[in-house]
Design a protein around this ligand. Structure first.
Ligand code: NAD
Ligand code: UGA
Length: 458
């Protein structure tokens, strides 16, 4: 088949894979190729055992793969053939040198810019899909224009707002698509080419075009605002536990105000995921580099509050279990940073597990999708932690259960049966407030929800 455009995506990760699958599905006249340096990942994308778990993704991939969607490690060939290149490589927090622990590590991103220059022999549109510090496009333009081939690269910012666990739906029905470009003739033309892709399925009024810097910064700000809401309600959950107020009732009452809205104000054990913390740290770093220390301090507290929430959860577990958990078996229900994903990056489960292990508890981790990642996260604790996908087997003989991830499965368990299988007194610490606390109390459990009165038999 003759395709009208060649689209390439560099980076076959959580964003590159799903985003390109949906573009391929919705734009049959475009050829979409996703490349990566990681051969195993590409092999998985070419199998039915995809490298990431995402509801609906396998069906989307299967519908387009081999027709107009291709996964490959042939990066230079891909670059040569492409009209439009999306760059969706990882941009983690820097772990070394200047800005360590705060700034974005742009080494993967910069490497792709050089690869693009090296292997291109015609003008192309380069789309920043990765989340990047504001004004990164300037650096990208500089690298790309340092070519002696007399070809032009137009840089576009098209940040991604999908959330893991709902990626396919978020891509099919986004709240908005954001496309930033230079406000020049060639910049506007390039932006239009990207608008044309999304216009295949996204209503035009949901496609927002801005200048480059607004698009780059909007992405960091969107994540900062979302995380800030979670830290705000989590801060209130601590106050609720001192005053017998109920944080769920507060979320409902406060969120019923349409100016506030009901989403992203569910108290939890803390937010995780690969991006909230990294993007806020990056925002803080950028603010400090411009001398905006008050602004930096303000956003930094969103992260500090998140750390406080996780610490608080573990301290409460230890205190309520009579200040010692040495040798006690504790079942962690869930390990992923949220439900419907196997991703454990920055999961509060990692912090909780490590702290409990430091206190010499024996852990069983029960998370069907996140088992492999959990194993890697807890490497080195062999013998003290085991992994059991069956919740009943995981809980058998345990002193306590801690809910880490809000998997629907955990709400459907037979807790009467579970109670009989546990050591007494039996404790439940619900880090997601997903269980029926009154019922658990009636069964005989000592129940510790988040931001709600504890229900104890002693
Ligand atoms: P990821 O780590 O899952 O995937 C990145 C991929 O890029 C990896 O497979 C890596 O091997 C590949 N890569 C790195 N350098 C390469 C190179 N030179 N050539 C070819 N491949 C290369 O990361 P992700 O979660 O998909 O995130 C990518 C970007 O998107 C980040 O900037 C992130 O902040 C942003 N983002 C992520 C999400 C999310 O839900 N994960 C959502 C929105 C935005
Ligand atoms: C988040 C954003 O929601 C996406 O828009 C963004 O594209 C993405 O980051 C990114 O840039 O990577 P994601 O991290 O996949 O998506 O998942 P969220 O649904 O945002 O959840 C993040 C964390 O917040 C999870 O640990 C979740 O359990 C927690 N959360 C969420 C709460 O504790 N309470 C809430 O009310 C909502």
């Amino acid at each position: 088949m003759n395709f009208t455009k060649n689209i390439l995506c560099i980076g076959a990760g959580y964003v590159g894979g799903p985003t390109m699958a949906i573009i391929a599905l919705k734009c049959p006249e475009y050829k979409v190729t996703v490349v990566d340096i990681n051969e195993d990942r590409i092999t998985s994308w070419n199998s039915d055992n995809l490298p990431i778990y995402e509801p609906g993704l396998l069906q989307a991939v299967q519908a387009a793969r081999g027709t107009n969607l291709f996964f490959s490690t042939a990066i230079s060939e891909g670059i040569r053939a492409a009209d439009i290149i999306f760059v969706s490589v990882n941009t983690p927090t820097k772990t070394f040198g200047l800005g360590a622990g705060m700034a974005s590590d742009l080494q993967y991103w910069e490497k792709t810019a050089h690869q693009i220059v090296m292997h291109s022999d015609q003008s192309k549109i380069i789309v920043e899909k990765s989340t990047l510090p504001v004004r990164t496009a300037e650096a990208m333009e500089r690298i790309l224009s340092e070519n002696k081939k007399d070809i032009h690269f137009e840089v576009i910012s098209n940040p991604e707002f999908l959330a893991e666990g709902s990626a396919v739906n978020d891509l099919l029905e986004p709240d908005r698509v954001l496309i930033g470009s230079q406000q020049t003739e060639s910049g506007r033309q390039a932006a239009q080419a990207i608008v044309d892709i999304y216009a295949h399925w996204v209503p035009l009024e949901k496609i927002i075009t801005t200048n480059l810097w607004s698009a780059e910064l909007s992405k960091l700000v969107a994540n900062a605002f979302l995380a800030q809401r979670i830290s705000s309600i989590n801060a209130i959950s601590a106050l609720c536990e001192k005053t017998d107020a109920d944080v769920a009732e507060i979320s409902f009452a406060v969120g019923s105000d349409r100016r506030i809205g009901s989403r992203f104000i569910s108290a939890s054990i803390g937010f995780g995921g690969s991006c909230f913390k990294k993007d806020i740290l990056n925002l803080v770093y950028i603010c400090r580099s411009y001398g905006l220390n008050e602004v930096a301090d303000y956003w930094e507290w969103v992260i500090k509050m998140n750390e406080y929430q996780q610490e608080r959860f573990v301290k409460k577990m230890i205190k309520e279990m009579f200040n010692t958990i040495v040798g006690k078996k504790i079942a962690l229900l869930g390990f992923a940073f949220k439900a419907n994903t196997g991703d454990t990056r920055e999961s509060p489960g990692i912090y909780v597990a490590k702290k409990l292990l430091e206190e010499k508890a024996d852990l069983v981790i029960c998370d069907l999708q996140a088992q492999d990642n959990a194993r890697k996260d807890l490497a080195g604790f062999d013998g003290r932690v085991c992994f059991e996908p069956d919740p009943y087997r995981a809980i058998e003989g345990a002193h306590a259960i801690a809910v880490i991830t809000e998997w629907d499965l955990f709400t459907k368990l037979d807790f009467k049966k579970i109670f009989t299988m546990m050591e007494k007194p039996a404790f439940i610490f619900d880090g997601r407030n997903i269980l029926d606390h009154q019922r658990l109390f009636q069964i005989g459990f000592n129940v510790f929800p988040l931001g709600k009165p504890s229900l104890t038999h002693f």
